[in-house]
Design a binder for this molecule. Sequence first.
Ligand code: FAD
Length: 278
Amino acid sequence: MIPPIASNFVAGEEPATAIDHVRTINDDGINGILNLLGEHYDDPAEAAADADEYVQLVTDLNDAGLDCCISVKPSQIGLDHGDDVFADHLERIVEAGTERDVFVWIDMEDHTTTDVTLDAFERHALETDGNVGVCVQANLERTIDDLERLADLPGKVRLVKGAYNEPASIAHQSKEAVDEAYRDCIAYAFEHFEDGVAVGSHDPAMIDYAQECHAEYGTPYELQLLMGVRERAQRELAADCEVYQYVPYGDRWFSYFYRRVRERKENALFALRAVLRP
Ligand code: FAD
């Protein structure tokens, strides 16, 4: 069972509880992005099992009639066992998502996976006429060039600052440099992505900047934030624009929760306060 302090960030161990959580946020005008927790398996059978669960999940989401998409990590569905293993599982998930009208995001992992992830996105974006999205990370110096390639494709792109420690030879290191690169990516995307931009950040300054760019270019946009982070702001923002909450679930919750706490000690304090509040 997930202890209360972690359940602020993780919507249960079973898909049914995660779907219940999505129903609740949908009532507040917030869309869901469900992510089954898991990555880097030693055993390819675990990757296959997670891909099976995603295929079932899109069926359940379609039956439930919720405003919800899914987000998948490449190493969760077999990238460590070969590009072809990843490609086969992703294809099954994207086919199921397209048949059942459920949008499929591909999360981005460390820089060694960027090319294979963008190639997979490009293929499925063209084949499904845009029923897939991919995440790109502003901390990588290459990303501003990647955006040029992505601007011509159907599908969606989620801009984030980047969660992986990358070498100085290829990535911005300081917070200031990453923030500046993130602003550049936001500005580029609003100027060139006619179909829309997804901004994955909790940073009020970046959210304000995205809103300024929207006012300047008129490009549609959505904000994406994690479950358990700035939830009141999520509800307020949802009154004016499209907001998605990334909702992780599954029995591999401990390392995800630990990462949130390590990232920001306040996360643990917020969670603790929520638990203790009468
Ligand atoms: P930060 O730079 O961490 O913080 C900036 C400011 O935001 C803070 O000063 C504060 O004002 C506010 N803030 C941040 N956290 C909190 C908090 N807990 N409570 C209150 N205020 C806070 N990374 C990847 O590498 N690949 C992915 O596929 C990926 N997908 C993501 C999907 C979503 C929906 C989101 C939100 C993030 C994703 N990330 C991903 C993580 C991302 O790269 C960043 O590591 C993460 O979002 C932290 O950066 P930030 O922009 O939110 O703000």
